[in-house]
Every structure is written in structure tokens, then in C-alpha cells.
Write a protein that binds this ligand. Sequence first.
Ligand SMILES: NC(=O)c1ccc[n+]([C@@H]2O[C@H](COP(=O)([O-])OP(=O)(O)OC[C@H]3O[C@@H](n4cnc5c(N)ncnc54)[C@H](OP(=O)(O)O)[C@@H]3O)[C@@H](O)[C@H]2O)c1
Length: 307
Amino acid sequence: MTTATLRTLVVGSGFVGTGIARRLARAGDAVALVSRGRPVRPPQEYGARWSALDATDGEACGRLVERVRPERIVLVHGPSDVTWCEAHPEEAAAAHAAATANFAALSGTSRIVMISTDNVFDGRAWHNTERTPVSPANAYGRAKRHAERLLLARAERAICLRVSLVYGHEPVDAGKWLNFFAACAHRLTVGERVEAPDDHWTTPVHVDDVAETVAALLSGPDPLPPVLHLGGPDRITRAEWATVIAEALHAPAGLVLPVPKARSRYASRPENACLVSELLPTLLATRAVSVRGVRDGARDLAAAFLP
Ligand SMILES: NC(=O)c1ccc[n+]([C@@H]2O[C@H](COP(=O)([O-])OP(=O)(O)OC[C@H]3O[C@@H](n4cnc5c(N)ncnc54)[C@H](OP(=O)(O)O)[C@@H]3O)[C@@H](O)[C@H]2O)c1
């Protein structure tokens, strides 16, 4: 039996977008990956095709959709740097709003999944479920929340998947601020110290588990809930997590220096950036999708960072 090739458009070819595009292309989808600049890793290596697009340009988005005719769309574009968004709140909000509105208007009957964030919460609740009232913690959270509302109001088959801190391998020369795991791992393997807040909790998710979940949602039955949460099974501070990473890399635990969040680059993040889903486990029960804990994740990734 042959499986029909599905046309999937992934908007944003950064850390998370590449992980999702790679997963879908390996499963046989015809994946079109877009961003303004070329991705760090050539998409042809894993069977996807890249082309240049500024997602805030409505006419260019229209031409792309006409050419690709996507059956599924994943919005995973930036700006993603929380610190940059805090310094440029209007630009951040305008970029997320424009890109989301463009694809919401063009999605037709295609399923469209937007990767959203725990920063839509103020961090006062120990855990945030799909029923926790939103109250964005910062400019990034406000921009993403506005984009969520636009998407859900304008697209027919939309899902906002709010994802906790994503981690995985990124090369040291990726030319951007690396994900926390990769930033720590690159420093620890060369014996450099790592400062990490001991009062900032998160539920980290391996990028491959994000990709697996997105793949399941893209092919899931209708209707699916419009808002879903994805967090890992471990609720952990960044300082504890850095210690787990050090252990997996056989680096001295003394290289990890716990600091207060307020004195770190994470000052504007919600204190409890933790996500729990009341819905996803049931929806994915038959799909063999699970999210690994941070110890398994560190073990699985260690070899990629060791010389
Ligand atoms: N990483 C996480 O822990 C995490 C957690 C929850 C949610 N998310 C969400 O996932 C998304 C991606 O995160 P990431 O970590 O993968 O970020 P990233 O590595 O910075 O990638 C962002 C991508 O978006 C592209 N982009 C930015 N502006 C664009 C535009 N106007 N048109 C087309 N492409 C554009 C960037 O390329 P160019 O600049 O070259 O265009 C880049 O390829 C963000 O929206 C973020 O909110 C991430």
C-alpha cells in the first residue's frame, strides 16, 4: 500500500522549525520550509526544500501558497528572542501579528498549527493548564497571545500548541542565541562556567518530541481543541537542569553557578514557565507519542556535544 505524499509548509527555519521539517520530511511529506535567510542546516540534507519568504509580506505569502498548495501549515517563525522582544515590543507584536494574519487568511481548509509559548502566562501558577487564564508575562508573551487570538478567530482548522522550553542540539556557530541546553553543553564541554537561575522553573521538551507531537496533530481527526499545551514530565529550575546536563557530559557540577533570575538574562520570564496538558495525553494515546524527561534527554544528546 502506498501512502499519499502530503504537502506541508513550515514557516520559520530556525531551531524548532528545522526539527519539525526534518521529522515530516523523513516520514515522506513534501516539506516546503521558508524564512527570510537561509537555514543553518541545508534542508536538502533531510529531504525538505527551502525558499526565501518574509512572512509579514502578504502578497509574497499569497504567491507562495499558490505555488506550494499546502495541505498543512506550521507557523514556527520568530522573533523568538524574549530579550529582543522586550527591547522592541512594537516590532515584535507587529511581526507576529502580520505573519499569523497572512497565513490564517490563506489557510482555507488546511490544518494550521502555530507553536506558541508559556510566556502567555504570568508565572504565578505552579503549573499552567489549558484552563489557566492567560496574562502575558512580557512583550514576547503579549505578541504571541495576540497572534493566537488572530489565528483562532480567522483560520478554520487552527491549533495553538503552547510549548514549554524546547531543547536539542544546535551548533556553536548557529549565529543566534542558542537554546539553553545547547548553550550550557557547549560551555561545559570546554570547562567554562554556566550561570543559571535557581528560581525559574520550567518543563523542558526535547525538540524531537515537539516534532512528533506536531506530526500527530497535523494528521489528527477533526475537530481538535484549539489550544493545547506541551510540557515535559519534569518540573525543574534552570540551575538543576544545568547540573543534569553537566552530569551527562561528565563535567564537574561545580561549573554550574546558581543565580537569581532577576540578575540573569531571564529576568522578564515568568517564574513558573511550566505547562501541563489536560487534553493532549488522551488525544495522543493511540499515537505512540511521549515526551522524555530531562535525564533521558541529556543522555540522548550528550554524544552530539562531546568532542
Ligand atoms: N525555542 C523554544 O523554546 C520555543 C518554545 C515555545 C515556543 N517557541 C516558538 O517557536 C517559534 C520558533 O522558535 P525557535 O526557537 O525555532 O526560533 P529561531 O531559531 O529564532 O527561529 C525563528 C525562525 O523564524 C524565521 N523568521 C523570523 N522572522 C520571519 C519572517 N518575517 N518571515 C519568515 N521567517 C521569519 C527566522 O529566520 P529569518 O530571521 O532568516 O527570517 C528563523 O528561521 C517562535 O515563534 C517561538 O515563539 C519556541
